[in-house]
Ligand binder design. Structure first.
Ligand code: NCD
Length: 327
């Protein structure tokens, strides 16, 4: 499935294709500015009223820890009141109401819908059926996309420098939506090279490869590429989606104390989390392990994204108003 939407309005965050490099870099700078402002209690007080007239709903039909809580806390930081549906057995869907009607209903109470859904295309149906001014964020759509995870991954890589980097994706690339979304974002960066490292049965689908303009390589040989990479992005086996009963041999596709020393000294290791055993816990102490930092970045990137979607994207203006506020 290739869905290319060149112009999705700023009231939607649906897929990676909709972002230009300029959008991405502005979002990174906005995130940095917000993080700096939020370092002090004065700064947090400045941020709190910014969107305090807005309401959001988190509609999550799949399990989530990080995405749900980081969005919820991003809303708290901006003063947005949140409601949630995580268990549809408590919604009128059990009375036979269609999901679209349920969503149309709560869309009348809020300004922003943040949705995670097991079906890849449902986010497009919702986007098509709700008014243009309703803000809608895709917080994970089946095995297809997870654009906000990709935005926070992009930000984390940007912090260490994006130019001419070699980035390897390792693990279940067949069903790993974060890899699909991040590959499409990194595709906007000149000079970057992507490596898709997995056994054949878990390789990334051709719909993503067909959209890549940057150089890429497909391989099943992790040990061979390990020493050359600047960024290694691990993903777990996504076995909840079915499609294959095969498993990945994590003796071959993992980072642990026996192979970490083959990595470049200034490389970084990322993982969208949750992990299983593709990264051993002892690696957490290694200076190259950045996945907990990546996880924290998630909340701040989501603050920036929400602000941007409500029209607050001028980094200098935000900072200058903050200086005025504290002086
Ligand atoms: C990812 C997801 O849900 O796709 N998790 C997340 O949002 N951080 C990755 C995963 O579940 O493996």
């Amino acid at each position: 499935m290739i869905i290319i939407i060149n112009k999705i309005s700023n009231s939607r965050c649906i897929n990676s294709q909709q972002y230009s490099l300029e959008n991405l870099l502005n979002l990174c700078k906005l995130t940095d500015t917000i993080k700096n402002i939020a370092l002090t209690s004065e700064g947090l007080k400045y941020l709190k009223p910014i969107l305090s007239d807005k309401r959001a709903i988190l509609y999550f039909k799949q399990a989530s820890t990080r995405t749900f809580l980081s969005f919820q806390n991003a809303c708290h930081i901006l003063g947005i009141s949140c409601s949630e549906i995580r268990d549809t057995s408590t919604s009128s869907e059990v009375k036979g109401e269609s999901e679209l009607d349920a969503i149309k209903t709560f869309s009348q109470y809020v300004d922003l819908i943040i949705m995670r859904h097991p079906l890849s295309d449902f986010i497009y149906e919702i986007s098509d059926n709700l008014p243009d001014n309703m803000r809608i964020i895709n917080a994970g759509s089946g095995t297809n996309e997870h654009p906000t995870q990709a935005l926070l991954d992009f930000y984390t890589i940007w912090k260490y420098g994006l130019e001419n980097k070699k980035v390897a994706f390792v693990g279940d690339l067949l069903r790993g939506r974060t890899v699909r979304s991040l590959a499409l974002l990194l595709n906007k960066v000149n000079g970057i090279k992507l490596y898709f490292v997995a056994p054949k049965v878990f390789q990334i689908k051709s719909d993503i490869l067909e959209q890549l303009d940057v150089d890429y390589e497909i391989t099943d040989d992790f040990e061979k590429v390990l020493s050359e990479m600047d960024v290694i992005y691990m993903v777990r086996l996504q076995d909840e989606y079915g499609g294959t009963n095969e498993v990945i041999n994590t003796n071959k596709y993992s980072i642990n104390s026996s192979n970490i020393n083959k990595m470049k000294d200034d490389a970084i290791i990322l993982h969208p989390l949750p992990r299983r055993n593709e990264i051993s816990v002892e690696i957490d102490k290694d200076k190259r392990a950045k996945y907990w930092q990546q996880c924290e970045n998630g909340m701040w990137v989501r603050v920036a994204l929400i602000m941007d979607m409500f029209g607050i994207s001028d980094v200098d203006l935000l900072f200058n108003k903050y200086i005025e506020y504290i002086t």
